[in-house]
Design a protein. Structure first.
Lengths: 300, 408
């Protein structure tokens, strides 16, 4: 079957975003309308007069995709049309500049499925920090330096914010787990009302990793428990992806240029320990490990 | 120009149809008669009563619209962008800071050629915070690509709504329209109005059947980005649509007059302007005061007339050139000022006359800022200053009308 995002788009080789989009649309099917904010998706898929989209697609501004989708959904409701309405948006537009519009969309209970592909910084403008950037990450606005380990702040917990809005379906997903992602998209569609899914989506230029390892990097995020896979239904934790062998965070960090400084700077080990504690806390909070499971302590 | 309805009603019949209502109610009723599919509402004084009335119509089952109580004016206009792209007839209203918060979306909606209609209840922009009327808000949005119509009274503000949809939704235009009405002065005043009815408006306004919508049966891309090799042409097409709107606004005003018997001018209207030596150019509710004042001055033998700007965007350059060709001097009264230059309408009007043989003094008066009353005495002062400019030369090109020297 043809992909809903046609080949020939201009995304970087090794970018996870087109894969995420095609997984979403493959699960959602052709009866779907997509709203996207300004960002990598829009600039790589719709250079006028070309478009890679084989479903109806709209881009308005950077911070308003959730509001645009609200309007689309309201119009469809008025006309008695039954189409899936999706937002597919990056983390900058979701967690930062579009936060008000998303809160409004959640609050009004629109039947809009919002998917944030999270590459943890403003990649389209050149890797600036967003509120989704994890601590100790070097970005172009939180660079590591003689007196800095990079981003000093924790990652904003957007799924928790969605749960706090009483969004009936909230989940995290990963490009490395396509079956899980597709299942979650289908589940989101099956539950009326808003849904929020945040997908870990490595960015080859922003994270600086070896070409061809995109999915491996995303899998490491899950296996280290830095990116827990879970879903909330009506405010209750309804499922997690268990980890067979928990990997140390170093395995994930050392594969990426954005954490290179942690292995070179004095005091870097302490920062890695902090990140390990975050992963351990995720494992505990979400129950990611099987009883008696091994935690891998060496690099491999 | 006098336009009479085909089905002419006697004065008595028309009086019987009139109801004393609040300006906001008359506007909300006009919106109801246009049956918008999606309405977005966010409260801001002095616009709020309009959407309150609309929400009551929805609550009472008189209006079948999706009514979104959005989280901001920014969201209001953004949601309408989505709804309009999905094929919905859309409405919102706002004022001042709300319009400012929409700024980014205004350009987007017009660039995407979405025929949204919005009432702007004109109000001053902060700082200092001020909830009262001037027109700085919408005048500041003059470059946003929206058509801007300015209403003189409540009846016009209401009647302009179906006209606005008819203009906006024309496939040759496809451009959003702002209907601007002075906040409080028109939104909160109670006056006798002929209320529109759904049946009448249905005869006037064809249903909205857009050619391009978000439809999975026929997938289309909305809002692609355009690089330098395409951008200019897309902007040019918007500019062309405004050129076509110059004609369309006139046509629609005529059609409205033919059916309803009410005429407010097309792009402009004139009052006692044919033989006027001194012409005042302005827009909005101050026109009523000016007309009264002109009547007084005419009885004293002063040849004063008025040109009312109804369409500020597109700017009625040709109509103004024609209307002012025999004037001896022109005064612009406007409820805005471009800090660092002069009143925006003054600049526009002078520019319109520049490449013509009409070589007359044109002077400007920012007035009524932040809701200060514009009195008959103020208008008299404008006329005195304007006559002096004609007779003894321009002393100052612009004067803040009613400036309180004691506070400076």
């Amino acid at each position: 079957m043809d992909k809903f995002l046609a080949p020939g788009h201009r995304a970087c080789a090794g970018c996870s975003m087109p894969t995420v989009i095609n997984l979403i649309l493959d699960a959602a099917g052709p009866n779907t309308v997509v709203a996207t904010p300004t960002g990598c998706i829009e600039v790589t898929t719709t250079p006028y007069p070309e478009s890679a989209w084989r479903v109806p697609w709209i881009h308005s501004l950077f911070e308003n995709a959730a509001a645009v989708a609200s309007g689309i959904e309201a119009a469809f409701k008025h006309f008695g049309k039954k189409h899936n309405v999706f937002v597919i948006a990056g983390d900058g537009s979701t967690l930062d500049i579009g936060m008000g519009c998303i809160s409004g969309m959640f609050d009004r209970g629109h039947n809009v499925k919002y998917v944030c592909y999270d590459n943890e910084a403003y990649m389209n403008t050149g890797v600036q920090r967003s509120s989704s950037t994890p601590p100790c990450t070097s970005t172009t606005t939180t660079p590591s330096g003689r007196v800095s380990f990079g981003n000093p702040r924790p990652k904003k917990d957007m799924p928790a914010i969605a749960v706090a809005h009483k969004v009936p379906y909230v989940a995290t997903a990963s490009v490395a787990y396509p079956v899980d992602l597709r299942r979650k998209v289908k589940r989101a569609i099956s539950i009326p009302g808003p849904a929020y899914i945040q997908v870990n989506a490595p960015c080859i230029t922003g994270w600086s990793f070896e070409a061809g390892t995109t999915v491996e990097i995303a899998r490491l995020a899950v296996e280290t428990c830095l990116w827990p896979l879970y879903e909330y239904v009506n405010g209750e934790l309804a499922g997690v992806k268990k980890i067979h062998v928990k990997r140390p965070v170093e395995d994930y960090l050392k594969a990426q240029g954005r954490y290179r400084h942690l292995f070179r700077m004095k005091g870097g080990e302490e920062m890695i320990r902090v990140l390990q504690q975050m992963a351990d806390e995720n494992a505990r909070k979400f129950g990611l490990l099987y009883e008696g499971d091994l935690t891998c302590t060496s690099g491999e | 120009m006098k336009m009479m309805a085909k089905e002419e009603l006697s004065l008595k019949e028309r009086m019987a149809r009139m109801k004393v209502v609040e300006g906001s109610y008359a506007v909300a009723n006009a919106v109801k008669c246009c049956s918008p599919d999606v309405i977005c509402a966010y409260p801001i004084t002095p616009q709020t009563h309009i959407v309150e009335h609309l929400s009551q119509f929805v609550a009472d089952g008189e209006l079948d619209s999706e009514f979104l109580t959005v989280d901001s004016e920014f969201s209001a206009m953004s949601s309408l962008v989505g709804a309009s792209a999905a094929g919905a007839r859309c409405y919102s209203s706002t004022s001042s800071q709300g319009l400012a918060l929409m700024w980014e979306v205004l350009y987007n909606a017009s660039g995407m050629r979405l025929p949204i209609v919005m009432t702007v209840a004109n109000r001053a922009l902060s700082a200092p915070l001020n909830i009262w009327n001037d027109q700085q808000d919408s005048v500041g949005a003059r470059d946003s690509g929206w058509i801007q119509l300015y209403a003189e009274d409540v009846q016009e503000a209401a009647d302009a709504i179906p006209q606005a949809y008819k203009i906006a939704e024309d496939p040759e235009i496809l451009t959003p329209v702002m209907v601007c009405m002075d906040g409080f002065i028109l939104t909160h005043v109670y006056e006798p109005v002929e209320l529109l009815s759904v049946e009448e408006v249905e005869r006037f306004l064809p249903p909205y059947r857009p050619k391009h919508i978000l439809d999975p049966e026929n997938p289309k891309t909305f809002g692609a980005f355009a690089d330098p090799s395409y951008f200019t042409e897309l902007r040019y097409m918007q500019w062309e649509a405004h050129r076509r709107a110059l004609k369309k606004i006139e046509t629609v005003a005529r059609e409205f007059a033919e059916q309803f018997g009410r005429w407010y001018g097309g792009l402009i209207d004139t009052y006692q302007a044919d033989d006027a030596e001194v012409v005042i150019v302005t827009m909005g509710s101050v026109i009523g005061t000016i007309k009264d004042c002109i009547d007084e001055m005419r009885s004293e033998g002063l040849k004063v007339g008025l040109v009312k700007i109804r369409s500020y965007r597109p700017f009625p350059t040709e109509a103004l050139r024609k209307a002012l060709k025999d004037a001896e001097v022109v005064a612009v009264i406007e409820k805005d000022v471009t800090v660092g230059n002069e009143g925006a309408l003054l600049t526009d009007l002078k520019a319109a006359l520049y490449n013509t043989p009409t070589r007359i003094p044109v002077i400007g008066f920012p007035a009524g800022l932040g809701g200060r009353d514009i009195t008959v005495r103020d208008i008299r002062r404008v006329v005195d200053k304007t006559i002096a400019a004609r007779d003894t030369g321009i002393e100052s090109e612009m004067e803040f009308l009613g400036l309180r020297e004691d506070l400076l």
